[in-house]
Every structure is written in C-alpha cells, then in structure tokens.
Write a protein that binds this ligand. Sequence first.
Ligand code: WT7
Length: 649
Amino acid sequence: MSTYAVPPRVSEGTSSPVSSMEGWRAAWMAARNDPDGFWLPETRERIAWDQPPTVGLAGDFHDIADERISWFADGQLNVTRSCLDRHLETRGDKVAILWEGDEPGDVRRITYRELHAEVCRAASALRELGVQKGERVIIYMGMVPEAAIAMLACARLGAVHSVVFGGFSAEALKDRIRDCAAEVVITQDEGMRGGKTIPLKATCDEAVIGERSVRKVLVYRRTGVHVAWDAERDVWWHDVVPTQSADLDAVSCGAEDPLFVLYTSGSTGRPKGLVHSCGGYITWASYTHEIVFDLREDDVYACVADVGWITGHTYIVYGPLANGATTLMFESTPLYPDSGRYWDVVQRHGVTIFYTAPTAIRALAACGDEHVTRYDRSSLRVLGTVGEPINPDAWVWYFDVVGEKRCTVVDTWWQTETGGICITPIAPATPTKPGSASLPNPAIVPVLLDDQSRVIVGPGEGRLCLAQPWPGIARTVWGDHARYVSTYFSTFPGYYFTGDGCRRDADGYHWITGRVDDVLNVSGHRMGTAEFEAVLMSIDAIGEAGVVGYPHDLKGQGVYAYVVLQSDAGEVTDQELEAIIRAACRTQIGAHARVDLVQVVPGLPKTRSGKVMRRILRKVAEGPPDQLGDVSTLADPSVVEAIVAGAKR
Ligand code: WT7
C-alpha cells in the first residue's frame, strides 16, 4: 500500500478555517484576490496528487470560446486515490458507505478497505470488458452501493462515467448513450423504490438497440427477477467482478481530464452533457463538503438524493469519500413505508448531518409533526436543503420540528454546472435567515445584473451571475464547446450566467427567486419547457404547443401545457388528451416528467412576426391575471381572450 505525504482531512471538532464569520470573510477575500495563492496550497494539502500542480487558474470568462478554463493543469492524479487508497491506513475499518435499502432495516455497511477492494475488482472487470482511459461508460442504476462502486471503478481507469437517473425512459437513455458514444452500459436487473420495482435492464435493452458504440452491458443483480439476455453483449456483475484482484493501480490522469459527463436540461434543445474535470472538481467537492456541513470525523452523513443527479455525485460519492466520511446511500423514498422513514433512518443510524430537498420537506410537513417526533433525532447537528428555493414556512418547520431548534439549517444554492455548493450558510458560523441561501463560498463572486446588463450595487434584484471561475465549474459541454459558450457566457459577456433570478438584501444575503429562463424545476427535477414541447409536437393530434411552469404548493412548480389541436384531429376528450400527453412524456422523457394541466386553445399568442409570447402563457398559468402587460404587438388579440376564458387555474 502506498503512503502519502498528504494527510487525509476531516476537521476534528470545529477546527475548520471557516468556522467563524471572520474566518469565512478572510478566506473569501483571499480566494477572490489571489485565486492561485488560495487554491494551490488548499488542493495540495487536501487532495492526493501523483504530481502536485504548480499552476492554478488559467483562462477567464471573457475568452472562454478560445481558451477553456483550467485549474491545476500540470497536476496528475486519480481521484480514487483521494477517495479510497489514502484512507486505508487510518480509516480502513471505518464505514465508507452505509446503505439503507428500500425495506427499513435492510442495511449494508461497506468499510473503506472493502470499498477499495470492490472498486479495484469492478475496475479490473471493466478493463477486461475493454474499457480504456477516456472512454465513456453509462451508469443506469438505482441507489445500490454498486452504483457508487461503478462510478469509482470508471474513475480508477480514467474512463468517463455518465450516470443517467433510473427514472429516465429508454428514449432519454438512448439519447445520452448516443451523444457520448458510450462503449459500456452498467445497469441492474431491477431497481427497488417505495416497494415497487423498476425494470432497469428491460429499459436498457430497449435503449441500446441499434447503438453500435455499445459493446457490453454489465448487469448487477438486485432483485433476481428473470431478465432477457443477449449472451454476446450482456455480462453479469457477479460473474466477472468477484473473481478479480482486490488491488488495481489507479491510472494517473491529467487534472483537466474529464471525470464525468452529466446531462442536464436547459431552455432550448436537448439536454447538455456537462463535463467535469478531475482535479478542480474533486478539490471543490472535498472543500465545500467539509466547510459547509462542518464535517467531523465521527459524523454519520446522509444525503438522500439520487446518484443520477449532481447532488448525488458531489455529496453522496465524491465529496464525502474524499473527506473520509461515512456516507449513507438511501434506496427508498421519504414516504415508504410511511412518512416517518427519514427520521427512522436518522434514529437507527445516528445520522448527524442530513441533506434533502425542499419538496420532500414540504411533503413531510403536510403529513403532521407526529411522524417526526416519534423518532429520536438528538444525533442531528446540521440540516441541509438543495434543489429549489425553500419557502420560509418549510424552512422554519425543518428548523423547529425536525431540528428541534438546535441544528443549523444550510440552504445550499448551486447547479449541475457549478459542480458543488456556491451560495450557502456555513454551519454553524453563518447567521441564517429562513429562505435565504445567504452568502457565497470562497471563490464564488456573485453579481446581480439588470436588464441592461448593469451591475446592481447594494440591495436589489436581478439576474444572478458569477464573475470569477472556481475550481469546480464544468469546463464544457460534451462535444459542443460552442453551445457551452453561448448558453452560459453570451447573455452577459464576461460573466457566467446561472439562469436564476436573485435578490440581495441590505445584509448582503442572497435570496434565489427561481429560474428566469425556460427551465422548469418540478420537485427539484430540472426540465426544459422545450423538451416538453418537443414531446407534445410528436403527438399526431397536436399542431402547436407551449409549455410553462406555474407555482405549485408541494412541487414548487407544476407543468402547464397549452395545445392547439390539428384541424383534422377529430373528437378527443380532455381526459383522453391528457392521457395521451402523459404517456408520451413518460416514454420520451421519464416517469418524473408529468404535465399537470392541459388547456386546449385556438392558437398560441404570437407577435406579428410569429414569435410566441411566452410571457402571456406564464401570466395566465400563474392564476387569474389582473393585467397581461403590453399586448399591443399581438397578431390576434382574440386568442388571448380565449386563453384567459379557458384557463385551468
Ligand atoms: C437549479 C439547478 C444543485 C443540485 C440540485 C439541482 C435551483 C438549486 C437551490 C437553492 C434556490 C435552487 C436553481 C438552480 N436551485 N438549489 N438552494 N435555492 N434554488 O441541480 O438540477 O442543476 O438545478 O436548481 O434554480 O439553477 P440542477
């Protein structure tokens, strides 16, 4: 076993350098004024580099079309050495992954020693299947430890993983396989969630038909159900992984080599594959995970997200493992077998840090306090939330009822693109305000811009941009750097545009107001209105469609579809139409993509030049509009009257 000059980091007690407001302020100023001076020592100390970097940041947001952002470019590393090997000496017998299965009490505990061995075996098996450095592997699995093992096994080989959330349909999976030309897909026979099975292998079979890039499908057995089998292509995990050697040297990678691709929705077109790098990403994941949650050596840390989203990547797998923490993986739902499940998990495992989404908090608050209070939550110290704005009522319930007014609530704002948490309180130092993501982490320089691209000074509300590169920013869009540049850097030249609106108060605290572009956030799931519109347009009876979000008490946003029927569509009832639309969204996107309200309209409101006035669609969907604003450019005002008259809310 190799030893490292670098001691693995987890602060003992509250020794974190940013555990006070003065500490935070000093770190923030240092990282802003001298990024290299701040991050080079930080990463050298924090990360197990094979070849420590001597250069920090290169590139900026002005020249991003010509020169990509890079951090630590001359460094060499394999992130799994930070996540596994270096912990063996001091934490070999510490639980790395604590798995709570779908059925309460179905538990697996995997120590760092076991995880290291299992990742080496899986990596060897992938190598036998032909996976090489730089090749893409799609991971289409549920929340089993093998999903994390598969990610780390890819990373061990320098292969690029792309996890696709297990709720996505065969068509959505196929798009992603094709976009990154994946060589191998890793899946499981079935997923388990909330007492139901999810046919992952069957969906995967459908997705890989005709995909010539896919050589092998590696299948983990979770439920044991009979699955269709292609003997040429399919390989059981239990046939090829356990027999491998428990030690496999990690492939040394350049700091800027891609670690993974993760697809996410935008305002236009198909989902984009955001590319995260090895060195900058792991530095940012480790740093933010430690400081934001005030991580301590004996913490039992539970982020109940899914590895199919960026939260699972950074705060279930890479951040916690880089920090030598015990990270819980949760296969079930907050409502199975009843709405006390989270707190049952907290009590049985002694969870100290708990990280979930506002949509779950709102759903649980509606079920009544007794489902919470019947469990012992005295182990809890920090409560995190992520994914959408949290309304103050839900925040206060989380703080009062779940946390017994003892725990710090950290409302963490970030995105798939940012790799890790950007705006957040730091536990327990930052004074919190219910509903505010509060202050930026070191390296994050938020700027609010108005419609004329003017910087707003002091309190105000505008478009949230970030002015300086941080180590964890996604470097490009897979196969389409021009799209990366136009999506994030063309609206406000010189700035990274987040797509969110934000208000800053007199104390400098940030209040995220939600997306200002055509991206929806439904129960924390990010989806593009354009993706829904493409599905609707694929339906024969529909001639035109416009999709917008509207405020929804539990889900944050609901999905509202305006459709214009084809003149030859024939008789179709509202119920039939809704059923057709829901089925089409399920097959083309996934079960989480549900249209809530459908309104048949005679036409979409358009300007005389033919542009759909989405503003009007949004206004009507928000509820009875008192006024619609300027409608003088409308081609046909009668369309708007019909839309208002037939509104579903
Ligand atoms: C969008 C990013 C970050 C991991 C999960 C979502 C919204 C995220 C917050 C928050 C208000 C938030 C934003 C952002 N969002 N966290 N704490 N407060 N809004 O990642 O799928 O890339 O979505 O989620 O609108 O742009 P994502």
